[in-house]
Design a protein around this ligand. Structure first.
Ligand SMILES: *Cc1c(COP(=O)(O)O)cnc(C)c1O
Length: 495
């Protein structure tokens, strides 16, 4: 401790290795009352290490307190707002967790026979039906484990349909405002990405697409509302144009929090879309936990959906593998079942009217934040925006302060940063999505923090440029951390 007094409330936690002292044990067992076996003899020499280098030796309570103290450092949705744009980080009611933890659901095993899984299959069928209704589509697969996985599944479906018509075609059109996973999924599905430029208001224009859609184009992949939070106003005419020319319309549904209960993609011409259950429909995300990216399709794509398909037979629910046109399996078993349970609990607890109200509150909250910040930060588009708002750092950049600096300063005010430098079409983007779960009180606190920072940028830009100042770790060298990560602990010299 470098000669300083050891304070009991030290906020900085050493590594577990540094708490180690030789001979300490985290357990106590009674003495053996049978002859001791030699582990090497029982398990084989190659499976037993003579010694584990630098293995930390600590007591039980030391281990427990170490990890409890570390856990208290986490920023969490239970602690404060996550204004992280494009992520829909909302608070999810505890009732969804309670339902997912019901014994029969929690301990259900994927190898259980169908006859003993009827309840689980019924839940999946109910969720498929609910998602089909919310999106205005005809059939849903729950298999994909994330949004990007859903994208890949959807693109495979498009390829399979077009191939069955004789030509899978070569290109997928992707607007310049797209999430990075879109072009990546296109490439993985064996297609070539062609970039669609947005107009100044941040939307696609029919005229541009009229020039671009030819026999090589398999589909347009669009996020709607897009990553500027702007609804693509020409979407129905764009869909008609694609269909006329034998192409399909894929929608990235990560932004369904702006539409659920109000507008249905199936009604504005979408042929296939994925949803992120871990964004729009409960399940907290961002903590590395499982996700779920169901794919919803119109009738013409249904024969190609992944196997197995859930079907209703006379004696109950069954899994159908006999689907000759299917693209095959996209994931082992049935997808992330716990996430599905939470989604269905969320949808049923809200009901149709409740989902609509949640969406309207999300839009209202984003409009409120945009209106209150507009005189301090430069809006990215004059067009009206829905569930999120995007600013650029143009006004702050004149003082040498960029979006990343403002985000780091926001941590000093106790907030998780907004999304930094995305979408790429906005230089120095600040992307903010408050979601419906934040109260006006919390939104006001957030806005006040942002306004204070805008003033600091004018009065003392250095303060913002060197932030954060009140966190445990101050600014790290991000380039060095990425290029030369130190991921192994080594004892300090001389120890
Ligand atoms: C989050 C997101 C994705 C990717 O979803 P994952 O579940 O993280 O794979 C794709 N598109 C958009 C617009 C998103 O916000």
């Amino acid at each position: 401790m470098n000669g300083k007094a050891r304070t009991h409330i030290s906020q900085n936690e050493p590594l577990l290795f540094e708490l180690s002292s030789p001979g300490k044990r985290a357990y106590q067992l009674p003495p053996l009352d049978v002859p001791a076996a030699d582990p090497q003899a029982v398990l084989g020499r190659e499976r037993v290490r003579p010694e584990i280098e630098n293995f930390p030796e600590v007591s039980e309570v030391e281990v427990l307190r170490h990890f409890t103290r570390l856990a208290s450092w986490n920023y969490a949705i239970d602690l404060g707002m996550y204004p992280l744009g494009s992520c829909t980080m909302k608070y999810n009611p505890r009732i969804n967790e309670a339902v997912a933890n019901l014994e029969g659901l929690l301990w259900a095993h994927p190898y259980q026979p169908e006859s003993l899984s009827q309840g689980c299959l019924e839940i999946m069928a109910a969720l498929e039906a609910a998602l089909a209704e919310i999106t205005g589509m005809d059939a849903v697969t729950l298999q994909p484990a994330a949004g990007a996985h859903g994208e890949l599944t959807g693109l495979f479906l498009i390829r399979a349909l077009l191939a069955s018509r004789g030509n899978p075609r070569k290109k997928i059109l992707v607007p310049d405002s797209a999430h990075g996973t879109n072009p990546a999924s296109v490439t993985m599905a064996g297609y070539v990405v062609e970039n669609v430029p947005s107009c100044e208001r941040g939307m696609m224009e029919l005229a541009t697409l009229e020039r671009m859609v030819n026999e090589d184009v398999a589909a347009l992949m669009v996020t709607n509302p897009n990553t500027l939070g702007v609804f693509e106003q020409e979407i129905t005419r764009i869909a008609a144009l694609l269909h006329e020319r034998g192409a399909l319309l894929y929608m990235d549904g990560a932004n369904m929090n702006a539409l659920a209960g109000i507008a249905r993609p199936g009604d504005f011409g979408v042929d296939v879309l994925h949803l992120n259950l871990h964004k729009t429909f409960s399940t907290p995300h961002g903590g590395g936990g499982p996700g779920s990216g169901p794919v919803a399709v119109k009738r013409l794509l249904e024969p190609f959906l992944p196997v197995p398909r859930l079907v209703r037979r006379q004696d109950g629910w069954a899994l159908d593998y006999d689907r000759p046109q299917s693209i095959g399996r996209m994931r082992s078993f049935y997808g992330n079942f716990g996430v599905m349970v939470r989604a269905l609990a969320y949808i049923m607890a809200h009901g149709g009217d409740g989902l609509r109200k949640a969406t309207l509150d999300a839009l209202l909250n984003a409009a409120y934040v945009r209106k209150r910040l507009e005189s301090y930060y430069e809006p990215a588009t004059p067009a009206p925006t829905l569930h999120e708002c995007v600013f650029s750092d143009a006004r702050q950049a004149r003082h040498g302060v960029r979006t990343g600096d403002i985000a780091k300063r926001l941590m000093d005010y106790g907030f998780h940063p907004y999304t930094v430098s995305f979408p790429l079409i906005v230089r120095g983007a600040l992307m903010i999505e408050p979601t419906e779960t934040e109260s006006k009180l919390e939104l006001d606190r957030f806005v006040e923090a942002m306004v204070c920072i805008a003033r600091e940028v004018e009065e003392d830009p250095e303060l913002v440029r060197t932030a954060p100042h009140h966190t445990r770790v101050s600014r790290v060298d991000e380039a060095l951390a990425a290029r030369r990560p130190v991921v192994r602990w080594r004892p300090p010299c001389g120890k």
